[in-house]
Design a protein around this ligand. Structure first.
Ligand SMILES: Cc1cc2nc3c(=O)[nH]c(=O)nc-3n(C[C@H](O)[C@H](O)[C@H](O)COP(=O)(O)OP(=O)(O)OC[C@H]3O[C@@H](n4cnc5c(N)ncnc54)[C@H](O)[C@@H]3O)c2cc1C
Length: 462
């Protein structure tokens, strides 16, 4: 094996994101018995042979943004850190880029930008290609081109028996389908071939509105989502109640992938006076770096993921429940609550004949993927914050079921580790995924030896 079990910044790594980087503090605090940094696919295969033969538990870490601690770090086990798999190679015909599983999207965008290209990926530079793409991947280009998981041409995948597969739509149609949404459960991906497209500058930025604009922002957001009129335009909403006094501020993150074109689709937002706005014509990298600077790592985090049908009253009710729950935590110093509303439109569903494992049908859309992102510093607040987060989820579920706007889908990439994410893909898809796993991993080692991840087989205790 050519890898070394030492911590190292990794070739081409964005400096502040060395191999020890974890977005959430609870993940960084887990102590693995050993951390291994493979430098190529053969290393990963050999590592899997060793863990299989010794029955050692392990975790896999790529960009380190996993929303729950056990997803990427193995207490007393082996943490396989992919940070050194950094190769980025644009194909001769410029239609795809092959990216090592340790890359962050900022690194890929930078490389592509130098060639006038882009790809469907994360909106924050430091987010890992691997985790985002394997779980779904909502991008600035998703209305036009679909989710990141639906823009992969091929995966290099090491399965439980150590075999290396090149997984394409033709070579392994069943597995290729399952990788789109359940990609973390079949093995370890060492590289991705991602579709690319011509890209110059884009228009985009964040506009933050005061609490008095709450109704106007939610109405504009609901109208934008339902209009779904310009495939190049994207918008998502970040609700933050920093003062914990029920006066949330509303930040719209807006983008348009053609800065020369008419952006009147955003007029309802533009007609409001923001507290601050960074919208401008810029490179994708520049925009993603800005968003990166607004997402500080190293805090304790509690996340949850839900989805609802886009419906104005529901969106308002969720904001009200959020404020109510946050108020219960007003005495927790250092507590910063945010809530994301991300559209999942019909146009974002797969545009080819493969489909994906997420189980979202056109008639389910437009959906809003709700992500709770609560952060704090003091460990003594863990229990209370978690209890209130559970209350938030219960109340939202109850309200949305009453409105008839509840949806079973839970986005893996913002989920808490007890959530039954694959159940949310629908029973038919869960069954199909289990069949695929039984074919490629008959002993279920990717689940048994990797207990920290959200399990395909069902629910998991937190
Ligand atoms: C600041 C921030 C911004 C975000 N922005 C977006 C966004 O714009 N769009 C969006 O859709 N989501 C976004 N997310 C959510 C993001 O998609 C998830 O956090 C995702 O898991 C990040 O991937 P990663 O490689 O950084 O994470 P990791 O923590 O390294 O991995 C996440 C999970 O994937 C598994 N895994 C990672 N690599 C592999 C591999 N090669 N083979 C098998 N399993 C693997 C890990 O074991 C872990 O369970 C964001 C999250 C944060 C914190």
């Amino acid at each position: 094996m050519s890898s070394v079990a030492t911590i190292d910044a990794g070739r081409k790594a964005v400096s502040k994101y060395g191999t020890s980087f974890y977005f959430i503090a609870q993940a960084a605090q887990i102590a693995p018995a050993c951390r291994i940094l493979p430098v190529n696919t053969a290393d990963v295969s050999e590592i899997l042979n060793v863990v299989r033969e010794t029955g050692t538990t392990f975790a896999v870490k790529a960009g380190g943004h996993c929303s729950y601690p056990s997803g990427t770090n193995a207490e007393n086990g082996i943490t396989i850190d992919l940070s050194r798999l950094k190769d980025i190679k644009i194909s001769d015909n410029r239609k795809s880029v092959t990216v090592g599983a340790g890359c962050r999207f900022g690194e890929v965008y930078r490389e592509l930008e130098a060639h006038g290209l882009g790809c469907v990926g994360g909106r924050v530079s430091s987010v890992g290609v691997s985790g985002l793409t394997l779980g779904g991947g909502i991008s600035f280009f998703s209305t036009e081109r679909g989710l990141a998981c639906d823009n992969v041409v091929s995966y290099e995948l090491v399965i439980a028996n150590g075999q290396v597969l090149s997984v394409t739509k033709v070579s392994h149609p069943d597995l290729f389908w399952g990788m789109r949404g359940a990609g973390i459960t079949f093995g370890i991906v060492t590289s991705f071939e991602l579709k690319t497209f011509d890209l110059g500058e884009i228009w985009g930025g964040s506009s933050t509105f005061a609490h008095e604009n709450e109704t106007a922002v939610l109405e504009a957001f609901d109208k934008f989502v339902h209009a779904d009129q310009d495939p190049l335009a994207e918008a998502f909403l970040v609700v933050a109640d920093m003062a914990k006094d029920g006066n949330s501020v509303y930040t719209m993150v807006l983008s348009h992938s053609n800065p020369q074109s008419d952006t009147s689709v955003f007029n309802d937002f533009k007609n409001l006076t923001p507290l601050a706005s960074s919208t401008q014509t810029r490179t994708l990298t520049n925009f993603c770096d800005e968003l990166d600077s607004r997402n500080e790592s190293g805090f304790r985090y509690r996340t949850n993921s839900l989805s609802v049908k886009c419906h104005l009253t529901t969106l308002k009710e969720i904001a009200a429940i959020h404020e109510e729950c946050v108020h219960l935590l007003k005495d927790c110093d250092g507590f910063v609550p945010t809530l994301l509303y991300q559209p999942l439109l019909g146009a974002m569903l797969p545009k080819d004949d493969v489909s994906n494992a997420l189980g979202i049908k056109p008639e389910d859309t437009p959906l809003i993927v709700i992500a709770l992102l609560w952060k704090w510093t003091d460990i003594q607040h863990d229990k209370l914050i978690s209890q209130v987060a559970d209350q938030f989820v219960e109340k939202v579920e109850k309200a949305t079921r009453a409105y008839g706007t509840f949806h079973r889908y839970q986005y893996l990439n913002y989920a808490a580790n007890y959530q039954d994410v694959y159940g949310g893909y629908g029973e038919e898809n869960r069954k199909r995924l289990l069949e695929i796993r039984a074919k490629y991993d008959p002993e279920g080692l990717m689940s048994i030896l990797r207990p920290g991840i959200i399990q395909l087989s069902g629910q998991q205790e937190m």
